[in-house]
Design a protein around this ligand. Structure first.
Ligand SMILES: Nc1ncnc2c1ncn2[C@@H]1O[C@H](COP(=O)(O)OP(=O)(O)OP(=O)(O)O)[C@@H](O)[C@H]1O
Length: 304
């Protein structure tokens, strides 16, 4: 079940930020590159301020600061257990942080409301595919717009003019997302019968169909072949280029991360230990010690 379809949970809108409010990055002091980028792009699409989260005695996130500008592709990397999934879950409202604020555009939250996630312009994919195997690809992609349907269940059953109009609009948007992701040839096939690499693309189409401001991708390239990785990575970049979508992705494959990302944030034991361009991160000694120094199985630098 997609997050949008199952949305629920409490939330607290702390305040509406002023459009000119400066963003903060690691240590509370904007780096020059961040300051320029933020000034160029206005309010960051995503800002995390002092996000901390623990489970019992385990600290998953410890004072995370992050600013992601519009149109940026930002990877979150780090060793197993570093806090990457927890971070994505905080941004998408699945986890409520113990401390800190998540700012999406100009709205600030102590707990991001999952029920309003699509309304605040966020869509996400999951590490394990969350598609309906018994439905055709087209219907799966339409599900990405379920939050927009105003006509209630009864109206849909009775097929009122409003329900029919919404259905037609949803199908048209889904057709467009399918064409964008080159899925036309399989759009009437059941998701259950399709190869894993294609399903990853279907999930991307379902996330993209609502034209989110911010797309959260949880290990989108895990388990696919090198050719499919290249293909998927190109689609992610095309989505950013065509629609200005901001992308935050968790990924273990350094080839993909280095080839696709504008910037990379590195987590270790719940703390952000680096945040910079692929070249900066690649040569950062703390990152090499914590993560890059270890062997990443079967990875090839990806030229996208
Ligand atoms: N729901 C939970 N309940 C208890 N502990 C959790 C929960 N979610 C995460 N943790 C713990 O928080 C820490 C960070 O986990 P998280 O899954 O965020 O790391 P990760 O970087 O995504 O790891 P991986 O790369 O292995 O997916 C780990 O110690 C993990 O065991």
């Amino acid at each position: 079940m997609s997050l949008i379809a199952t949305a629920g949970g409490d939330s607290l809108i702390v305040a509406r930020a002023r459009a000119t409010e400066p963003s903060r990055v690691a240590g509370g002091t904007p780096r020059a590159a961040d300051a320029v980028r933020v000034a160029d792009a206005g309010v960051p699409v995503l800002t995390l301020q002092g996000i901390s989260l623990s489970f019992g005695g385990v600290t998953a996130l410890d004072g995370i600061e992050l600013a992601v500008a519009k149109g940026e592709i930002r990877a979150i990397i780090g060793p197993n257990g570093a806090g990457k999934s927890s971070l994505l879950n905080v941004v998408s409202g699945l986890y409520r942080p113990d401390r800190g604020v998540v700012q999406l555009g100009s709205e600030r939250f102590r707990h991001v409301p999952t029920a309003r996630l699509a309304a605040v312009g966020v869509a996400r994919t999951f590490q394990n595919l969350a598609l309906f195997k018994g439905l055709p690809v087209l219907d799966n992609v339409v599900m990405g717009l379920v939050h927009r349907r105003r006509a209630g269940f009864v109206r849909q059953i009775l097929s009122t003019p409003q329900a029919r109009r919404e259905e037609a609009e949803a199908r048209a948007a889904a057709e467009e997302a399918i064409a964008f992701l080159h899925l036309d040839a399989v759009k009437h096939q059941l998701a259950g019968g399709l190869p894993y690499g294609i399903l990853k693309r279907v999930e991307l189409a379902r996330a993209m169909v609502a034209r989110p401001q911010l797309l959260l991708l949880d290990e989108p390239f895990a388990g696919v072949t090198l050719g499919e990785k290249r293909d998927l990575a190109a689609h992610v970049r095309n989505a950013r280029d065509a629609y200005g979508t901001t992308v935050v992705l968790i990924e273990h494959d350094m080839g993909v991360v280095m080839g696709l990302s504008d910037r990379i944030a590195v987590l270790d034991y719940g703390r952000k230990i680096a945040d910079g361009s692929p070249d900066e991160v690649r040569s950062d000694q703390a990152v090499i010690d914590a993560y890059l120094g270890v062997d990443h199985e079967g990875e090839t630098e990806l030229v996208i």
